[in-house]
Structure formats: structure tokens, C-alpha cells
Write a protein that binds this ligand. Structure first.
Ligand code: NAP
Length: 277
């Protein structure tokens, strides 16, 4: 059983399902998996973008690649698409839940609709898809589930309360799921990146004010993150916290939360003043 999970390290001929595969981290993960010889299946709402990614995957891997339109806010569509994948592609060896969105705004100003949308896509859909695919992986006796959390789930930053709550939920969901599926040879890997250079911020931070608080060195490139993720599949890795400061500050915040609040607020105020000068 454990031996089988180790073969996922190579990804060759493994079926890899990636939600949010039309853009950003999901797209980089799809292309890197294809480079390593995987049979890639991408889902999202934008079929045109998905078809382009699938075509690129096919060229990179020389193996079939598939695109399915799926709105993560619809459990019926999730059920339907998972059934289609099962019949048309086969059993899933690796699942990546990368579909997600944010809107950065003070909690007191955020609408119910936005909070609902973030919770549905970032947390509810991720839990439901993980649960459906975990059952199949437990039956087959191996697999890997990779869920996109965020540094925000560990380190609070101003204007991200609802988004951070969904990501803290992902981290804790994975902590429990990991224990439940470990004996079945299924790896659960939670990925908590700091800011990544993707179209994510075009929606999350439309006036650029959140990004303006963050120095460039804090950002990671999605291709680099994708390589890091695939290099950890098939191992006992529980979490990826990148860049390094995420792991360090995440730990420090748990131990000294009051000091953490003070330091984070000072940092954001300092960045804001720098921007205004
Ligand atoms: N970028 C960052 O700084 C960062 C940092 C930490 C964590 N993350 C997390 O990483 C994940 C990927 O983010 P990203 O940076 O790659 O963002 P992105 O480039 O905006 O991609 C988001 C993906 O989610 C899909 N999506 C959004 N709403 C959906 C819905 N209702 N149904 C199905 N798919 C939906 C989008 O496709 P369609 O629009 O076509 O549906 C797209 O493929 C997210 O969970 C995000 O929270 C990002």
C-alpha cells in the first residue's frame, strides 16, 4: 500500500485531477504534472481556458488530457463531473483542490454574498470534493489529496478576515482528514503559500491596496510553487509553507499572538506610509 503511494513521486501515467486548473497555481500544477508524464484532468468554469490548458498538457505529456466545466458552488455539478471522470478517464490517483477566490476588504464592510461565495468555493467545495475522492482512494488503497490553504490561514493580515477564515478551515479539515485516511495509504498535503504572482489579485484586490502593502520579495512564482508541490507528493509531507517566513511567522504567531498582532499591524502601517510618501 505504502509502496504504491511512493509511485506517485514520478506522476508518470497517474491520473491527476486539478480544480481551478484554468488559471494561476492550478494551471502551473497542470502543466508541470504533464511535463512529468501525468494524465491531467482540469476543471473550472471557463471552458475555453480549460481547453487551452488541456491542449498544452497533451503536447507536454504525450498522454491524453481532459477538461471539464464545473462550477464548484454546485454539488450536483460536482457529482456529475466526478462520475463522468470515473467513466471517461478512470480512477483518480491525485486530487488537487486549487479553485478559490478572495475579496480583500475590512470585515465590517464585506457583503454576505462575497462571504458566501468564498466559503462555498474555498472551503465547502474543497471539503466535498475531497470527501468524494477520498472514498475512491481508500477503496483503491492509495492516493494523494493536495488542498490549497494559504499563509492567511495561519498568519492574520488586515482586510482578509473572511478569506482567512476559509483557509484556516481548510488547514484544520486536512488535519482531521489526514488522520482518517492515513491507514489507507492516502497522503493529505496542505499547501499554504504567501502571495503568489497569479491573476488571483485582479479579483481579490481590485484597487491594488492589499498588494501595495506587500514588498516584491514576498511573492512566489506559480511555476516554482508547482514544482515544489509535485516534489512532495508520494512522501510523508503534511504541509508546504512557502516562502520560509510563512512557516516561521505561523509558528511564532501561535506562541505569541499578541506580539504577532502588534508586529503585523506595524508592518502594514509601515508599508502604507511608504506607499503614501
Ligand atoms: N495567488 C495567491 O497569492 C494565493 C496565495 C495563497 C493561496 N492561494 C490559493 O490558491 C488557489 C489558487 O489561486 P490562484 O492564485 O491560482 O488564483 P486564480 O489564478 O484566480 O485561479 C483561481 C481558479 O479558481 C477557479 N474558480 C474560481 N471560482 C470558481 C468556481 N465557482 N467554480 C470553479 N472554479 C472556480 C478559477 O476558474 P474559473 O474562473 O474559470 O472558474 C481559476 O481556475 C486558491 O484557492 C487561492 O485561495 C492563492
Amino acid at each position: 500500500m505504502l509502496k504504491r503511494v511512493k509511485t506517485l513521486r514520478f506522476l508518470r501515467n497517474e491520473v491527476v485531477l486539478i480544480t481551478g486548473g484554468s488559471s494561476g497555481i492550478g494551471k502551473s500544477l497542470a502543466l508541470e504534472a504533464a511535463r512529468r508524464g501525468a494524465i491531467v484532468v482540469v476543471t473550472a468554469r471557463n471552458k475555453e481556458k480549460l481547453d487551452q490548458v488541456a491542449k498544452q498538457c497533451l503536447l507536454l505529456s504525450g498522454r491524453p488530457a481532459f477538461a471539464y466545466q464545473m462550477d464548484a458552488t454546485s454539488p450536483d455539478q460536482i457529482d456529475e463531473v466526478l462520475t463522468q471522470i470515473r467513466h471517461q478517464v478512470g480512477a483518480i490517483d491525485v486530487l488537487v483542490n486549487s479553485a478559490g477566490l478572495a475579496e480583500f476588504a475590512p470585515a465590517a464592510e464585506q457583503s454576505y454574498k462575497t462571504m458566501d461565495q468564498m466559503t462555498e468555493v474555498n472551503l465547502l467545495a474543497l471539503m466535498y470534493i475531497s470527501r468524494c475522492v477520498a472514498r475512491q482512494m481508500m477503496d483503491q488503497g492509495y492516493g494523494a489529496i493536495i488542498n490549497l490553504g494559504s499563509a492567511c490561514g495561519k498568519i492574520p493580515t488586515p482586510n482578509s478576515a473572511a478569506y482567512s477564515a476559509t483557509k484556516a478551515g481548510v488547514i484544520q479539515f486536512d488535519n482531521v482528514l489526514r488522520m482518517e485516511v492515513a491507514d489507507y495509504g492516502v497522503q493529505v498535503l496542505t499547501v499554504n503559500p504567501g502571495p503568489v504572482n497569479t491573476p488571483f489579485f485582479d479579483k481579490a484586490d481590485q484597487d491594488g491596496s492589499y498588494r501595495a502593502h506587500l514588498p516584491k520579495w514576498m511573492f512566489i512564482e506559480p511555476d516554482e510553487l508547482a514544482r515544489r508541490i509535485w516534489n512532495n507528493v508520494g512522501y510523508k509531507t503534511r504541509e508546504i509553507n512557502v516562502p520560509g517566513y510563512v512557516a516561521y511567522f505561523g509558528w511564532a504567531y501561535q506562541v505569541f499572538p499578541g506580539l504577532g498582532d502588534w508586529a503585523i499591524k506595524k508592518f502594514f502601517d509601515f508599508q502604507q506610509n511608504k506607499k503614501e510618501l
